[in-house]
Design a protein around this ligand. Structure first.
Ligand code: C5P
Length: 224
């Protein structure tokens, strides 16, 4: 009998884009489909974990057996994550969180005023959800934090730097070109001992490999 890789483990995942309102009917979002995050949720569930998925707006079905919490904005995502993070063993931040939100969003639909002037949007920086969770782990070592990076150049150099800057043990780099919405990807894992490439495959296959890489690292840590 082979116990499942993540049996008894609780895993919290963010996925999809965020949506930052301009007014009640307009907003700013990005091209994240949520496919990679949902695939990781499915793979973690298959591996026996108790999985909570905090999701921005997507059109994807909830993976079987996964608890899903829907949010729109980055701040709602942070609130949902912080409400669920206690007792989690693993946090995987896959969401493409908007770096900025509209600071002067209108409570009413913005109307054309006839002057020809366009509305002025002001932006405020959003909280970094992954860095916030990572900063809480130093107390007891949980949850084990995994981040993602979508760089357009110098992935190997920037990935290693980003892992350190975010204060996380494992960072996953998307190997371009543009993976948003695609069913396949190739990724590179950065940890304290260097980097490892997982070659092109479907997002579900990569998600399963990533789950076993995470399980392997958790096991190594518990032996320390
Ligand atoms: O800094 P950058 O946006 O490239 O970092 C990407 C990683 O950080 C992803 O894991 C993403 O989910 C997470 N992130 C976050 N909150 C933000 C920005 C990024 O959790 N506001």
């Amino acid at each position: 009998f082979q116990p499942k890789l993540l049996a008894g483990k609780r895993v919290l995942i963010t996925a999809g884009p965020t949506y930052e309102a301009i007014d009640p009917v307009r907003g700013i979002t990005n091209l994240s489909s949520g496919k990679m995050g949902y695939a990781i949720a499915r793979a973690a569930r298959e591996a026996g974990a108790d999985v909570t998925l905090v999701s921005g707006p997507t059109s994807l079905p909830t993976p079987h057996g996964v608890r899903r919490i829907d949010v729109q904005s980055a701040r709602q995502m942070l609130d949902a994550v912080m409400a669920a993070v206690s007792g989690q063993h693993i946090f995987v931040g896959v969401a493409a969180v908007a770096d900025w939100r509209v600071d002067n969003a209108s409570a009413q639909k913005i109307k054309k005023d006839g002057s020809g002037d366009a509305p002025q949007l002001h932006f405020a920086q959003n909280p970094d959800i992954l860095a916030t969770v990572a900063a809480t782990t130093s107390l007891n070592g949980w949850p084990y934090c995994v981040g993602f990076a979508a760089e357009s150049e110098n992935l190997i150099e920037y990935g290693a730097v980003k892992r350190e800057k975010k204060g996380i043990p494992l960072l996953v780099g998307n190997i371009g070109p543009q993976t948003f919405g695609q069913d396949e990807n190739a990724i590179v894992l950065f940890d304290e001992s260097g980097h490892t490439v997982l070659p092109r495959a479907t997002k579900l296959e990569l998600a399963r490999q990533l789950v076993s890489e995470i399980a392997k690292r958790l096991e190594q840590r518990s032996l320390l």
